[in-house]
Design a protein around this ligand. Structure first.
Ligand SMILES: Cc1cc2nc3c(=O)[nH]c(=O)nc-3n(C[C@H](O)[C@H](O)[C@H](O)COP(=O)(O)O)c2cc1C
Length: 216
């Protein structure tokens, strides 16, 4: 009996490892492909933009969305790096482990680079990240914790596979408002589950159609 239970536990463990390994391979492939899609060119320094785009991305999808948004708006683009969540099995398990735990207290938020950015020149700040366990990923929470948005309009944008939790978005909004923002909105692009996802081109078309509708 004990042998059978141990066997079952072993099997379950192997299955989890296999899934994590498969997800990690897909993420690596996506990241390599997305890196080459839509190079971003810095805006002309003479044409000062009122908008900045700041993002965290692990496997490149939010990065692509951010480059596209920045290109459309002629905005500077700031990438947040979070060494704990680099591509690979260890980054993936850290991401799953930390998705909620690290938001509990400000001190426990992950290390990010850059941590603090002078955003005072901008009236609108777009903040982008993937969704991890229904919530914007911890590095973006860390960015909000470390910066102020006094009098600014903040647009949270997310790429995700299936579902974002409204309660997490509401908590994120509360944190942004507590850091001085005057208004907040949320944009998301649903990419679909792993075997049936939008192509990068389809994702960008969806962003154009849904985030930049004429009536918005
Ligand atoms: C640890 C982890 C947890 C995730 N949790 C969710 C989730 O709760 N809901 C969802 O729709 N997608 C979830 N995803 C999928 C990502 O949000 C989605 O693939 C996103 O586009 C990845 O963005 P990136 O390539 O910029 O990192 C999760 C991905 C990871 C790595």
């Amino acid at each position: 009996m004990i042998k059978a239970i141990l066997g079952l536990i072993g099997l379950a463990f192997a299955a989890i490892l296999l899934v994590l390994f498969a997800v990690s391979r897909i993420e690596n492939r996506q990241a390599r492909l997305l890196e080459k899609t839509i190079p971003y060119s810095s805006p002309n320094p003479e044409s000062a933009s009122a908008t900045a785009v700041v993002y965290f991305s692990r496997s490149g999808n939010t990065a692509l969305a951010a480059r596209h948004v920045a290109q459309r708006l002629g905005s500077p683009l700031i990438a947040i790096e979070a060494p704990d969540y680099e591509l690979g099995l260890s980054g993936l398990t850290n991401a799953l482990k930390d998705a909620h735990a690290l938001k509990a207290t400000a001190e426990s938020l992950p290390d990010i680079e850059p941590s603090n950015v002078d955003l005072t020149a901008f009236s609108t700040v777009w903040l982008g990240s993937p969704v991890w366990l229904y919530s914007p990923a911890p590095p973006l929470w860390a960015f909000v914790e470390n910066n102020r948005f006094d009098g600014q309009h903040v647009v949270l944008f997310n790429t995700f596979n299936s579902h974002v939790g409204d309660d997490h978005v509401a908590a994120f909004k509360a944190k942004v408002m507590a850091r001085g923002a005057k208004s907040f909105e949320h944009r998301g692009v649903l990419r679909g589950r792993m075997t049936q996802q939008l192509t990068p081109e389809q994702m960008l078309e969806k962003i154009d159609a849904e985030w930049f509708r004429k009536d918005q």
